[in-house]
Ligand binder design. Structure first.
Ligand code: TXA
Ligand code: MG
Length: 328
């Protein structure tokens, strides 16, 4: 497997061909790194599941560079979805839409909907355009981590997480650190109003401004409802260390909080973001640092200042749900 840092145009073309020949390419997006496969190739897509160790009935997001392709993968697209697309793509938003016949069961986990996103990262977009120029229709890409673990926000994270499961023919594109650091906002567009399945950088206010409609959060932790969103399992985004929210650290515990909060005596400061944007960006990096230091516990004081804090809290609650002895 080839790990390319300092991505050049030629690398992106080779990566597109790599996808087209049925291999996997891990690539940067503005949210987190994705593990991509040709979304029309069942064998390639099934490799995503084995590399991630992810149950086969979890749906994948299709990544492509244009609205034209959204209309190939989805049907009966409501007006408000086009408004969202126009306002926030390319960007950190995934729309869940009724699927077309192109979106087979192996992509949707046999659901009647398909997730679609046009990412904003320039390397990701360029890769997708190259892929489409040689006949590709879409790249299925979950976050490039093992199932249930923290999403990768750098190529090194990807290498550490799944490098051993990739082959010589697969590639990892190194586009540096992800700008946003947490996964895209997922919006279900199959109801009369936008329903937020996973909070992210695009927030309810943004959604109402773009659509003129009031959006709603899907009730948290409904568990195994009719829509399967793996990010909704409670123990997602979890590092090895136990994550404790708003606790008081004991000697040797990791500590993550906004920079104006001072480090309690004996705690090991893992990061000091200045605001929620920085908090999101370094959250998974800080979890990984705690694991690297073999910390047993990480105390996190979540930000509460704004809309992005809701997305951060969502990931923190999932990470803190189970203790580390109860995870698989
Ligand atoms: O920011 C992101 O969305 C990243 C980057 C790589 O694009 N991708 C990502 O993919 O987070 P993944 O597979 O790790 O998480 C996507 C979530 C999954 O929990 C999946 O269940 C949900 O999206 N999803 C995909 N298609 C869906 C559908 N048709 N209906 C409901 N949920 C869906
Ligand atoms: Mg994921």
């Amino acid at each position: 497997m080839e790990n390319l840092s300092g991505i050049k145009q030629d690398d992106l073309y080779r990566a597109a061909q790599c996808l087209k020949s049925g291999n996997l390419v891990a690539f940067p997006t503005e949210t987190v790194y994705g593990l991509g496969a040709d979304a029309t190739n069942p064998e390639s897509v099934s490799r995503i599941y084995s590399v991630k160790g992810r149950p086969a009935n979890h749906p994948l997001i299709i990544h492509a560079s244009s609205l034209k392709l959204m209309e190939k993968w989805a049907r009966d697209i409501p007006e408000f979805a086009f408004k969202l697309a126009k306002a926030f793509w390319p960007g950190p938003m995934t729309l869940v839409l009724p699927r077309s016949i192109l979106a087979k069961d192996f992509i949707t986990g046999s659901q009647e909907t398909v997730g679609f996103r046009i990412p904003g990262n320039k390397h990701a977009l360029n890769l997708l355009e190259n892929f489409e120029s040689i006949g590709g229709l879409g790249v299925a890409a979950p976050s490039a981590n093992r199932f249930g673990a923290v999403s990768p926000t750098s190529a090194l994270d990807v290498q550490g997480d799944i490098g051993n499961y990739l082959t010589e023919k697969d590639m990892i594109l190194d586009g540096g650190d992800c700008e946003i650091g947490i996964e895209s906002t997922i919006i279900d567009c199959t109801k009369s109003v936008p329903l937020i399945l996973r909070p992210g950088a695009i927030n309810p206010k943004n959604i109402s401004t773009a659509t003129g409609l009031e959006s709603k959060y899907k009730t948290k932790y409904k568990g195994r409802g009719s829509i399967r969103v793996s990010g909704m399992l409670k123990n997602h985004y979890a590092p090895n260390a136990q994550i404790i929210l708003n606790g008081s650290p004991a000697l040797g515990d990791g500590f993550i909080a906004l920079h104006e909060i001072s480090t309690p005596v004996g705690a090991i400061r893992l990061s000091s973001p200045r605001n929620s944007t920085e908090f999101a960006k370094i959250l998974y990096r800080s979890f990984r640092l705690g694991d690297l230091m073999h910390l047993n516990r990480i105390i996190v004081i979540p930000p509460i200042e704004d809309e992005l804090s809701i997305a951060i809290l969502d990931r923190l609650e999932k990470a803190s749900y189970k203790d580390k002895f109860d995870r698989n």
